[in-house]
Design a protein around this ligand. Structure first.
Ligand code: GTP
Ligand code: MG
Length: 563
């Protein structure tokens, strides 16, 4: 086996997903604790003198106790290099979560044991399902009064339509949750609670008939536990790893991230079962120099006028162990480290080996870029990096040359699958209160747009002084306002606008400028200068369509754009 193949085989690149508050950041913290990457686990809502959770590094995340932006944490465990992606659950930040999922080879879906399958989990599950990525289920918060485990499994099967296979079984629930029965080894793991769960939990591994188990549980819970494991074992099914890799069956683990129960068992099974990087589909233009092939015919191939996409592009699958380096940018983040107020592009390497100072082609621009500053990422911390392999997520210093969705490769222009675009439904006019900070205001707006934290529009053909911000969810405005103040030192005034529908306006530029719109609508241009109209209602859109037969009012690409 080549060195590259050996490296690729030990990569595990996975995203943690779920409805808000199921415990993704808490589980992430505990995986870092058990993985030896941190010595003491912090809390999501840390009180003074307590340590905060590593992956919620942003000031606003600490204040609110919610995740706002996805985080990458790389660490070594059991001979594997783990690339863990903690995602925000709130739907207002869904775009970031969706993009991050594209960088993952598998996902861990958290379920709150008292709540079962919640709406946002359903949506994220659908994305994983469409891409057929293997899905692990962790039923969390078993230390709280929980729903019946069998009922939860039924719900997973019926509501999500996926087969489930419990890898372990809980011993009691709520205050009487004492441990789990590991089906593979037929052993019971009994845990002791430790203060705040900031250190590993003491564990004793024993047989099912150990009299101590009887003592730990009340008669009813003990009887129920024995009955359930008999039922499970009686069913006789074996875990089918191939079905899991196809995305048809999800292995299910019970536990509690806050008390650390079941975390180690999960981690150990995960590294054994989770896939290493698999081949990915790319489109190339087959030429050594050329720009921007595009999977879905949306982007133009700039240097080949008159030729159709079909004539030019060549679709193929690239193996992660290929000698050719390829990767794509799925996220950009500014100001992660207060000491280096810079912008970092997060790149998922899809094939080959990355080396510092290598030159790659950006498929969007057709330009060659030398990758001289690369970093290994651990939430907001970073370390400079010499080499990385397919599966790894690395940070690249971004002086404005990379955009979300860019494909990078050695030797030729390639394109990976297209990134989903979401239609904005909330709009606000924003201006800087203090005219002296106008320059920082412009910089902040531009950088937050580049991150995809917000979309930015201006009145069509204007001087671009007063931006209109467009968001998928209203919480994005709060984040932008807060970050403009804390990261760019700019106080702003936001005025909510009454629009709820955005449409791209297509047609002859002269006709667009002279468009007859209902008085409540507004004509703008997006960052690239493409015309956009904002309306208060669908009815108002229909009126505009009637009045302007030479123009089309086209919907923004929706969530369905994921391939
Ligand atoms: N009792 C109990 N509480 C838990 C457990 N895991 C997480 N929590 C609590 O649930 C709350 C939410 O936890 P987070 O880890 O922030 O949840 P999240 O899924 O990352 O939330 P978002 O990122 O905002 O979507 C916090 O108050 C945690 O302390 C658990 O196993 N048991
Ligand atoms: Mg979180």
């Amino acid at each position: 086996m080549t060195d590259l193949a050996r490296e690729v085989r030990t990569r595990r690149t996975f995203a943690i997903i779920s409805h808000p508050d199921a415990g993704k950041t808490t589980l992430t913290e505990k995986l870092l604790l058990y993985g030896g990457a941190i010595q003491t686990a912090g809390q999501v809502s840390a009180r003074r003198a307590q340590r905060a959770a590593t992956s919620d590094w942003m000031e606003l995340e600490k204040q609110r106790g919610i995740s706002i932006t996805s985080t990458v944490l790389q660490f070594e465990y059991g001979g594997c290099t783990m690339n863990l992606l903690d995602t925000p659950g709130h739907q207002d930040f869904g775009e970031d979560t969706y993009r991050t999922l594209l960088a993952a080879d598998s996902a861990v879906m958290l379920i709150d044991a008292a709540k079962g399958v919640e709406p946002q989990t359903k949506k994220l599950f659908a994305i994983c399902r469409a891409r057929r990525i293997p899905l692990f289920t962790f039923i969390n918060k078993m230390d709280r009064p929980s729903r019946d485990p069998l009922e939860l499994l039924d719900e997973l099967e019926n509501v999500l339509g996926i087969g489930v296979f419990p890898m372990n079984w809980p011993l009691g629930n709520g205050p009487s949750f004492k441990g789990v029965f590991d089906r593979a080894t037929q052993r019971v793991h009994l845990f002791e609670r430790a203060a705040h769960g900031s250190k590993r939990a003491n564990v004793r591994v024993t047989g099912v008939d150990d009299p101590q188990i009887r003592k730990l549980l009340d008669d009813r819970s003990y009887g129920q536990f024995l009955e359930e494991i008999e039922l499970l074992e009686g069913a006789g099914a074996e875990f089918d790893a191939d079905a899991m890799l196809r995305g048809d069956v999800s292995p299910v683990f019970f536990g509690s991230a806050v008390t650390n129960f079941g975390v180690q068992l999960f981690l150990d099974d995960f590294i054994k079962l989770a896939p290493s990087p698999t081949p990915r589909r790319i489109i190339t233009d087959g030429a050594e120099n050329g720009a921007a092939p595009e999977c879905h015919g949306e982007r133009r191939i700039s240097d080949a006028p008159g030729r159709t996409t079909a004539e030019l592009v060549e679709a193929r699958v690239i193996d992660p162990t290929s000698d050719q380096f390829t990767g794509f940018v799925f996220k950009i983040q500014a100001n992660m480290d207060p000491r280096h107020r810079d912008r970092v592009a997060f790149v998922r390497i899809c094939s080959g080996r990355f080396e510092r100072d290598m030159t790659v082609r950006n498929g969007r621009t057709g330009k060659d870029v030398r990758l001289s500053r690369a970093m290994r990422l651990f939430a907001s911390e970073r370390e400079s990096l010499e080499a990385a392999y397919a599966g790894d997520v690395v940070g690249l210093a971004n002086p404005g040359v990379f955009a979300i969705g860019d494909s990078l490769s050695e030797g030729e222009s390639v394109a990976f699958e297209r990134f989903p675009a979401f239609a904005p439904e909330h709009f606000a006019q924003v201006r800087s209160i203090d005219t002296a900070s106008y320059k920082s205001f412009g910089k902040g707006v531009a950088q937050l747009r580049e991150e995809g934290a917000i979309q930015v529009m201006y009145p069509l053909g204007s001087m671009r002084t007063e931006p209109v911000l467009a968001a998928v969810g209203e919480l994005q405005f709060e984040v932008v306002k807060h970050r403009l103040q804390s990261e760019y030192n700019v106080k702003t005034l936001f005025t909510k606008l009454p629009f709820s529908v955005a449409r791209r306006v297509q047609g002859d530029p002269e006709t667009v400028r002279g468009a007859q719109l209902p008085s409540s609508a507004k004509l703008l241009e997006d960052w690239e200068g493409a015309p956009v109209a904002l309306f208060e209602s669908d009815w108002s859109v229909r009126l505009a369509e009637e009045w302007n037969p030479k123009l089309s009012f086209v919907e923004f690409a929706g969530e369905g754009a994921v391939v």
